[in-house]
Design a protein around this ligand. Sequence first.
Ligand code: AMP
Ligand code: MG
Length: 416
Amino acid sequence: MIDVAEALLLIEQMAAPLPPRRVRLEAAAGGVLADKVVADVDSPPWDKAMMDGFAVAAADFTGDRSANEIVELEVVVDLAAGDAASLVVRPGTCGRIMTGAPVPPGADAVVPIERAVDGTGTVHAGGRVRLCEPRFRTGQHIGRQGDSFHAGETLLASGTLLGPVQVGLAAEAGAGHVELLAPPRVAIITTGSELVPASTVPARGQIRNSNGPMLAAAVAAAAAEPISLGIAGDKPEPLRAAIAQGLAADVLLLSGGVSAGDYDLVPSTLAAAGVEQVFHKVRLKPGKPVWFGVLRRAQASPTLVFGLPGNPVSTLVCFELFVRPALAIAAGLPRDCWHRPRITATLTTGAKGNPDRPVYHPCTIASSDQSATAAPLPWGGSADLFGLSRANGLMLLPAGCGQLAAGSQVEVIPLG
Ligand code: AMP
Ligand code: MG
């Protein structure tokens, strides 16, 4: 039997990031960038009008606030958004320009249409406009080329989660497609001839399948894609067929059937399907019978296979400790995202460990900015999912720690 740390090392060695997928930008929201997005043009791409008005030469305006001067100019061109006239605006002339149009050569500012006086705001090319702009400033109402970003600039780093704003920015930067991290596809099989679905009233000898829905939820919460393959009984053929289907996924999770009972067929059925065992049994409580292996393939990424013990709390603890990092690695996330963060907390009451194995005991964690406390919860063991539901974390009681007194420091994993 190996330790948790050794098991994790083996998982880290076997897991690898999946190849990124190229996705149309319109379908990319919610994805995480596998590659940075670099601008291929400046933004704005050219000097552009930010107001509807008249593109003028600064030389015609004094900017003298007290003068209240009126400047009369000949309108030589009409410019709408999408137009790109090359006509030069010389002193004494101006262009009628709408928001979003390129500022014509020779123009240094835009005077808004509201500053036209004597009813001249409606004049077009060929007419004369009279403008009163006492607060004139060179450059006013012009968005300068490159004010926002320059060609070659990195706008979105790899690892960025794409929301609507990031999608819009990627479009502005010329990214019609983006490379996204691929969320691992995770097949889930629950084994056990005693299992019935949640909607069935169990007869004597039957229990409801809590692990199937719980694992699907845990996978989805870890930003991976669950594929529920239902309940396989403890019979060789249905189990073989379900495993064959599940091995097409990036990760296969099985619950139950990994202990030493007569009907614990999972390890032998996986071996027959070509899955190499990496480890079986880890020194921890709950979750000792956990099994891990890998199906290698010549052309494609390997499938990682976890046989999780059937008792629901064992399943959940093993998911948190072993499956979560494997999914994070496959998803291409950085190392600091592989595990839930751990904190040190002060025990509020005494807690007893196990002589041989570290115990991950359900607890309630209360934390402030400075410190955290943890209270072990009454808990009926690896089948007591209700007990776990009252917890907001797991407390790590090291192997052989004996009875820890209130006030002792323990490591805790907030379950978030
Ligand atoms: P096993 O690991 O198959 O020996 O199962 C251990 C215990 O967990 C047994 O009491 C099973 O009935 C129970 N169990 C197995 N699978 C599930 C499941 N999907 N949901 C709830 N309990 C289960
Ligand atoms: Mg079973």
